[in-house]
Unconditional design. Structure first.
Length: 299
């Protein structure tokens, strides 16, 4: 058992060391929870030294290595509880391909790609407007307070985006805000917020989301609409005379009703292929979000 830390900073450093190698998002959550708990206990015990409070914390909340073990065990239990049941082993290559339709991560990725246009436009608009107003207010007395509030709002958006990424893409993201130092008062916290590389890397991510959202949304809507329209083209053109589903350089394919099985097969192939592609894009985007929005545990 290691010696009980005498200061909050020592406790948090020991906890970070005990969580070495764990998921950075888990480390961020654990450090935030421990700091909030300890600061609450210190505030409730005026006149008691920080070392005495930490000794009490070690007996109630737990020593750093004990807390680290609890968080690791809890993370494993939550991951197992939330993990969907494994699919049945596919009996053939075709069954493995079609198993995409029972994979929740594929549908989560599809929904995220459709939602990304709205979130991307909002993130981009909020960020660029805030930057412009911050520059405009720089010469006024309200310039600095506005800039601080704006940066704080960006960090909040990063946390919200992380929750979307974890919910829809399955990538573990922080559920608590990143730590800011309390020593030195508000000036130290403001300075840490501006000096934190994740603030600016995360801001770049928010700006990047608009072009990515346009690509994701356009690709998804074009592929899905094309797959379904061509799949049912013979039936639609038979029921609604004069409708032309597909036009290529003023050439209009003449879909006959007997072609319906073949067009349905074509649509199914395109849809299945895109489901696999969307799942892959979702996994890649989840890794990108993790890289840009989460502070490495070694920081």
């Amino acid at each position: 058992m290691n010696a009980t830390p005498n200061t909050l900073d020592d406790y948090l450093k020991a906890l970070r060391e005990a969580l070495r190698g764990a998921d950075p998002a888990l480390v961020q959550d654990a450090l935030y929870d421990a700091e909030e708990h300890i600061r609450t206990m210190i505030a409730e015990r005026p006149g008691t030294s920080e070392a005495e409070v930490l000794a009490e914390v070690a007996g109630s909340y737990g020593a750093p290595d004990e807390v680290a073990d609890i968080y690791r065990d809890t993370e494993i239990k939550i991951t197992r509880a939330l993990k969907p049941p494994p699919p049945r082993p596919a009996s053939s290559p075709l069954a493995r391909v079609l198993a995409i339709y029972t994979d929740p991560s594929a549908y989560g990725a599809l929904f995220y790609m459709l939602l990304a246009l709205a979130t991307g436009v909002f993130y981009f608009s909020w960020t660029t407007t805030g930057i412009g107003l911050s520059l405009g207010f720089a010469i006024l007395i309200i310039g600095l307070p506005f800039l601080v509030l704006f940066i704080g709002s960006l960090r909040l958006l990063m946390l919200i985006e992380g929750r979307l990424v974890e919910t829809l893409l399955g990538q573990r993201m922080p559920r608590r805000p990143a730590q800011l130092p309390h020593q030195g008062g508000w000036l130290a916290r403001i300075g840490a917020m501006f000096s934190d590389p994740r603030t600016w890397i995360g801001t770049a991510y928010l700006l990047l989301m608009m072009p990515l959202g346009i690509v994701y949304f356009t690709l998804t809507t074009v592929v899905l609409s094309s797959a379904f329209s061509i799949a049912f083209a013979p039936l639609i053109e038979h029921l609604v005379p004069g409708v032309q589903i597909l036009t290529i350089n003023d050439w209009h394919p003449d879909f006959q009703l007997w072609m319906l099985p073949f067009t349905l097969l074509f649509g199914a192939v395109v849809l299945t292929a895109y489901m696999h592609l969307a799942r892959g894009i979702g996994r890649l985007h989840g890794k990108l979000a993790k890289h840009m929005l989460v502070r490495p545990s070694a920081d």
